[in-house]
Design a protein around this ligand. Structure first.
Ligand code: HEM
Length: 398
């Protein structure tokens, strides 16, 4: 059985025979595979079919593009079914490194490069379609937080397609196909591009660094663990959401000019972890005393009270999330300031119970707030994954 993480390093020969078995003929991908020239990056494909959509319980890819749509006025449930049918077929093909049907640029399909795409639905979609009674429990519009400086052009959206890959050309080709096939049903509300390390830059299992220099993701539930299942994947409700999850998306700008004035000790204190290794400032192993309050009780009061991890952490109360943020970078200002930040993505079973109390606490007080500014925000329900013959969100729009 293929692991849920869905990682498959296929050989060039396997890619070619899979393409042949599917009857796609001499595609660009199979032509390259036949010649034995497909590189390791090109031939690495993620498994499309399974209990969960792709690109969540997956080691982070190098590049991403998140595209949010607003449905056209008068969109019907049947339109939604047609749209999902097209997207499912497109994503299935591109996850194998193949062109989509009627692909305007099939020559760009030269390999999968761990292409992934998942689809999610914002609360506004349920309202527009009159499906309020089908909103999964815990999917909410976020309240206005005191720290927010949200911009409409980075926020909201009825439908999200979140695409990622290890190659920018594969990503661009994928986004082009998915957006083109969405145009009969919706308009683009926003799109936000981001990046992480190229695979191989950090050893697998080691979390990556964000643009503040911090190791990000240490306290996350591990991929392919029972813990991950517990925190992320929804187990009840209607069948379309069982095996699905919920996304909180926040675009968070980093104030690097002032951040860079801090010493590395100061930077460590803001988070509660050393900048170099990401180790907790208490010096204890994570597993010894995972609860920060308990650490203080035994005299390990080294992490500042308002440090980010101390304010964020309340695991005992079920407030846990899986963070999978990509970095973003905008054009540099004339004065040389870098406009960077995170496309901060957090996955959980229930936004109201797992994310909201944490964010309210952080909005109230978190040393990190001085150097970060949320400028975009959206929430989406992400349907379960599908088997080979199924369509994404089957059952929701019938
Ligand atoms: C630009 C914004 C942010 C940056 C740079 C940032 C950075 C970090 C870093 C470096 C860590 C420590 C290493 C780790 O466990 O990953 C961390 C931990 C964490 N962050 Fe953030 N973070 C940001 C925003 C947020 C937001 C908006 C939330 C939730 C509302 C959040 C929740 C958490 C949680 C739950 C932890 C783990 C705490 C624990 O140790 O139990 N972070 N963050």
């Amino acid at each position: 059985m293929v692991s849920r993480r869905g990682f498959l390093a296929s050989s060039a020969a396997a890619a070619a025979s899979a393409a042949a078995a599917l009857g796609v003929g001499a595609t660009a991908a199979s032509a390259i595979a036949d010649s034995g020239q497909q590189t390791a990056t090109a031939s690495r494909s993620l498994v499309f079919a399974g209990p969960h959509q792709m690109g969540i319980e997956t080691p982070i890819q190098a590049v991403t593009n998140m595209v949010a749509f607003d449905i056209l006025p008068g969109t019907t449930l049947l339109d939604m079914q047609r749209w999902m049918f097209l997207l499912t077929d497109d994503i299935r093909r591109m996850s194998r490194g193949e062109p989509v049907l009627a692909d305007p640029a099939p020559e760009l399909a030269i390999g999968a490069a761990r292409f992934s795409a998942y689809v999610g639905f914002g609360p506004s979609l349920f309202r527009k379609l009159g499906l309020e009674d089908r909103m999964p429990e815990g999917l909410i519009d976020l309240p206005a937080f005191s720290i927010d400086a949200l911009k409409a052009e980075f926020s909201g959206g009825d439908v999200l397609i979140h695409v990622a890959a290890d190659d920018p050309v594969v990503l661009s080709h994928g986004v082009r196909n998915l957006v083109r096939d969405s145009m009969p049903f919706a308009t683009v509300r926003w799109n936000q591009a981001g990046f992480a390390h190229t695979p191989g830059m950090v050893p697998e299992g080691v979390t990556h660094r964000n643009l503040m220099g911090q190791i990000d993701g240490t306290a996350n539930p591990g991929l392919d663990t029972a813990d991950f299942d517990e925190v992320v994947w929804i187990k009840d409700g209607p069948s379309w959401i069982q095996g699905g999850t919920m996304l909180v998306f926040r675009r968070i700008a980093m104030q690097l000019d002032t951040w860079d004035q801090l010493s590395s000790v100061g930077k460590g204190e803001v988070i509660g972890r050393t900048l170099k290794e990401g180790a907790p400032l208490t010096g204890t192993k994570e597993s010894d005393i995972p609860d920060y309050e308990a650490r203080s009780a035994v005299g390990l009061k080294v992490i500042p009270e308002f440090a980010h991890i101390r304010r964020a952490s309340n695991a005992g109360n079920g407030e846990r999330i899986f963070r999978r943020p990509f970095s973003y970078e905008q054009p540099i200002s004339k004065a040389g300031s870098m406009d960077v930040g995170l496309l901060w993505c957090a996955y959980q079973r229930n936004i109201e119970k797992q994310y909201l109390p944490m964010q309210l606490r952080l909005a109230e007080l978190d040393l990190l707030n001085r150097w970060t500014l949320p400028i975009g925000s959206a929430t989406f329900a992400i349907p379960r994954g599908v088997g080979e013959g199924e369509v994404i969100a089957e059952g929701l729009f019938s």
